[in-house]
Design a protein around this ligand. Structure first.
Ligand code: OGA
Ligand code: NI
Length: 391
């Protein structure tokens, strides 16, 4: 072998290493460096690209905008509660998603958390890099793609994950720049947690698991007392439950048809409350088609996660969703994922199981999910599939 050949092989390896290093710095970094073509690392196989119409689809509606069911949170507190609960149940059964309006979180708090997320990603890479960690259990973790250690093809997204429970333990790790980051992120995290608890209360009632409001209990009714205790136990568990906040940044992409901001996935957890800015991008799978969720400023996109599908024994659906990118605009979203404490076991609610509706899912622990993440490509709806019982 000639010395020249050895050189060229080495330099090719150097090129490769430096490319990999660049990719690990994320897509904001690529975009800031004026990238004009999507690198091979981000190009999806033709069948997985965003504008492919699949055989099963009922028509070319990939770009159709979907008006998700709208749930009026204020309506849940008034005389129309039972109608709103019916709409909530039907949204969770038929879409797995809804938009929550009139939720009571002040517009300023929402604007501030989206604004400070934007400013976080606008900081120089050297500032953001401080929060990178190879440990997926780290309470604060900056990264890129979906799962940068296992993704064969990278996606066009950078993120910052913050574990928010218990808040006092996490605070010292929370980014201190921008200098108002901590205050704004924490006040948002508290508000959204409270909203989640109110929603859980409504969801349990919509599943027929809570005593109806305003019904005076008879003192001698032991069963009802026991039910009430059980409900309070569940709610208490959620109060101490897990909360993970994910700030997502999707920079403009020179060839948005070749890649995705986030691959199809369902959310681990009970419910996700998502804030998206005015830039479209989120798509959900609905009746075999990918449809775009139209942003409603100031509202939340709420979706059923794997744990709620399991808990409801399959009645409420944890639906696949993905994110498209575009060549013009940055898109920012803030997702808050909530569930039971990490050490709890999630199982179909015993009251929802009967002879005619047998148990459909195995008991599931957070550790089983982590094992799954380590062992397999997590971009498919495999985790929930892997928890299904086959009769
Ligand atoms: C997520 C998610 C959608 C979005 O963070 O799990 O699906 O629009 N985000 O960023
Ligand atoms: Ni998601």
């Amino acid at each position: 072998m000639s010395p020249g050949m050895v050189m060229s092989e080495e330099s090719r390896k150097d090129d490769f290493d430096s490319l990999e290093t660049q990719y690990k710095k994320g897509v904001k970094h690529l975009f800031d460096n004026g990238i004009e073509h999507v690198p091979r690392k981000y190009i999806l196989p033709a069948s997985e690209r965003p504008n492919v119409v699949h055989e099963k689809s009922t028509g070319d509606v990939d770009n159709a905008n979907l008006k998700l069911p709208i749930i009026d949170f204020a309506g849940l507190q008034g005389p129309n509660r039972s109608q709103v609960l019916n709409s909530l149940a039907s949204a969770c059964e038929n879409y797995g998603f809804f938009q929550l309006v009139n939720h009571g979180i002040p517009y300023e708090i929402i604007n501030n958390v989206v604004g400070v997320s934007k400013r976080f990603f606008e900081m120089p890479y050297s500032e953001r890099e401080k929060y990178m960690s190879a440990d997926i259990n780290s309470p604060v973790r900056y990264g890129t793609s979906y799962n940068q250690r296992t993704d064969g093809v990278f996606c066009w997204r950078d993120f910052l994950k913050l574990v928010c429970q218990p808040l006092p333990d996490v605070l010292p790790h929370c980014p201190s720049s921008p200098n108002d980051f901590r205050t704004l992120a924490v006040s948002y995290a508290k508000e959204v947690k409270f909203l989640f608890l109110m929603l859980v209360d409504a969801i349990l009632e919509s599943l027929g698991l809570m005593n109806k409001r305003n019904v005076t209990q008879k003192d001698d009714d032991k069963d009802e007392d026991e039910d009430k205790e059980k409900e309070e136990e569940i709610l208490k568990e959620f109060e101490d439950g897990s909360q993970l906040m994910i700030l997502n940044c999707y920079p403009p992409c020179p060839q948005p048809d070749l890649t995705l901001g986030m691959p199809p996935h369902s959310d681990y957890g009970f419910l996700t409350l998502l804030l998206q800015d005015e830039v479209k991008g989120l798509q959900i799978q609905h009746q075999e088609n990918w449809v775009t969720v139209e942003p409603i400023p100031g509202s939340f996109v709420v979706n059923v996660g794997d744990h709620l599908e399991i808990f409801s024994n399959g009645r409420y659906k944890s639906v696949l969703h993905r994110v498209l990118v575009n060549s013009m605009n940055y898109r920012i979203s803030v997702a808050s994922l909530h569930s039971l404490p990490f050490e709890s076991t999630v199982q179909p609610c015993p009251k929802l199981i009967s002879e005619t509706n047998p148990r459909r899912y195995m008991d599931t622990k957070f550790s089983s999910f982590l094992e799954f993440l380590k062992s397999r490509d997590s971009t498919k709806k495999n985790f929930l599939e892997s928890r299904k019982l086959t009769s």
